[in-house]
Design a protein around this ligand. Structure first.
Ligand code: NAI
Ligand code: 13P
Length: 376
């Protein structure tokens, strides 16, 4: 269960955020509004200049005023110099190629935090695993943060929460303290696998929801897909070592709801375009921001097959992307090869994977929110 952070450890004085897109810039604002001294790395010098001079990032966060204590630079070394925590928010498929350049600027105690919600094509590795392979740092200095976090809502200071996860609870707590302010609260857990996969898998279900939206189906279809999608997410993540309860928390169900409900979601938007009849390449062309789900579908299905996990909704998304399934045929009643009536698969379906019924999982999620997410 995710735990809320209570006792402050020392607040880090210097933090770097790498990637000045919508999430990197928003997260830099969260950290700066939490009191840290934050330097944001933007690849383009003109964007760094705009952030420094007028406290705006008009490419990604139109109309948002950035805090005065947030600075930007296009020089990686300047961003990372003396940073105790380095948050990474670039497209997942570009992470590995960026790691080598970071190595000279890592201190002996630097903590690296992934804000990304994808898996690497080809290897199927989670972002924290790619970081562990590419940087000379111990596992307990790697963390991930995930939750119902649509960037623009948070940039407008609408309150929400997230989970920070690390194999070291102490590391998770130190990061969560930095990433907590009056409109953003971070809880902690040590289930890195569940927290990370929650963020990856909800994107795929959000693409499916976008598709049915684009086709013009209504709330019943979407509710069916969200419900069964959560079961798929949980089965998959548990098969890879996650705790089922993580998937019913902020990084699973919470993010699933936010992403499936919102037209701000790029995965949802990409799905909607597919549902309206655009082909994969047209959709990619129209998206000027990162929709991680499009790249994660294939590696997730490969991982699912390797552990014998059924993911009928994700499989249908991949068929729509490949152009082999008409978007209007994506529907929960088609997600089986059998004509025989089947028992409903819920999180407590006797397969021994999920730990609770869907109701139980919803109740736990509400209890967590009511209690502030667990242990303060
Ligand atoms: N936008 C959101 O609401 C949220 C996004 N995320 C995750 O954050 C990650 C980043 O997403 P966004 O900031 O939304 O994407 P974005 O498309 O808004 O920005 C991506 C950033 O990465 C940079 N970039 C692109 N290619 C690069 C490369 N080869 N090397 C280095 N930098 C490169 C771009 O210049 C840009 O600054 C994704 O994994 C996404 O799933 C997570 C939570 C919320
Ligand atoms: O992860 C997100 C919300 O938590 C953002 O979702 P999108 O990447 O689909 O915009």
């Amino acid at each position: 269960m995710a735990k809320a952070v209570k006792a402050p450890v020392a607040r880090p004085r210097r933090i770097a955020v790498l990637g000045a897109g919508s999430w990197g810039t928003t997260f830099a604002k969260i950290l700066a509004d939490g009191g840290s001294d934050v330097v944001l790395w933007a690849r383009r010098p003109e964007l760094a200049r705009e952030i420094n001079e007028v406290k705006r990032n008009s490419d990604y966060l139109e109309g948002i005023n950035l805090p005065r204590n947030l600075r930007a630079t296009s020089r990686l070394g300047e961003a990372m110099r003396d940073a105790e925590q380095v948050f990474v928010s670039i497209p997942s498929q570009t992470l590995r190629s960026n790691l080598e350049a970071m190595i000279p600027f890592l201190g002996p105690e630097t903590v690296v935090v992934s804000l990304m919600k994808g898996v690497e094509k080809g290897t199927g590795l989670r972002m924290s695993e790619v970081i562990a392979q590419g940087l000379p740092i111990e596992q307990d200095r790697i963390a991930v943060a995930s939750g119902p976090n649509l960037a623009l809502e948070i940039a407008r200071e609408q309150p929400t929460a997230a989970v920070v996860s690390s194999s070291s609870l102490e590391t998770a707590q130190a990061v969560a303290i930095s990433a907590t302010n009056r409109y953003f609260r971070s809880f902690v857990n040590t289930d890195v696998i569940g927290t990370e996969f929650g963020g990856v898998l909800k994107n795929l279900i959000a693409v499916a929801i976008g598709i049915v939206d684009g086709v013009g189906y209504g709330e019943n279809t979407k509710a069916s897909i969200i419900t069964r999608g959560l079961v798929e997410m949980t089965d998959f993540a548990v098969a890879y070592g996650a705790k089922a309860e993580t998937l019913s928390g902020l990084a699973g169900l919470g993010d699933l709801i936010a992403t499936c409900e919102s037209s701000l979601s790029r995965n949802n938007t990409a799905g909607r375009l597919l549902g309206q009849g655009y082909g994969f390449h047209d959709v990619v062309k129209q998206m000027n921001q990162t929709a991680e789900g499009l790249a994660s579908v294939a590696p997730i299905l490969t991982l699912a097959e390797a552990r014998g996990v059924e993911m009928p909704i994700v499989r249908q998304v991949s068929q729509v992307l490949a152009g082999t399934l008409d978007p209007k045929d994506i529907a929960p009643h088609l997600t089986t090869d059998s004509d025989e009536p089947q028992g409903e698969r819920t999180l407590d379906d006797g397969q021994g994977r999920g730990r609770a019924s869907l109701w139980g999982s919803l109740k736990r999620a509400f209890d967590q929110l009511r209690d502030g997410g667990g242990r303060p």
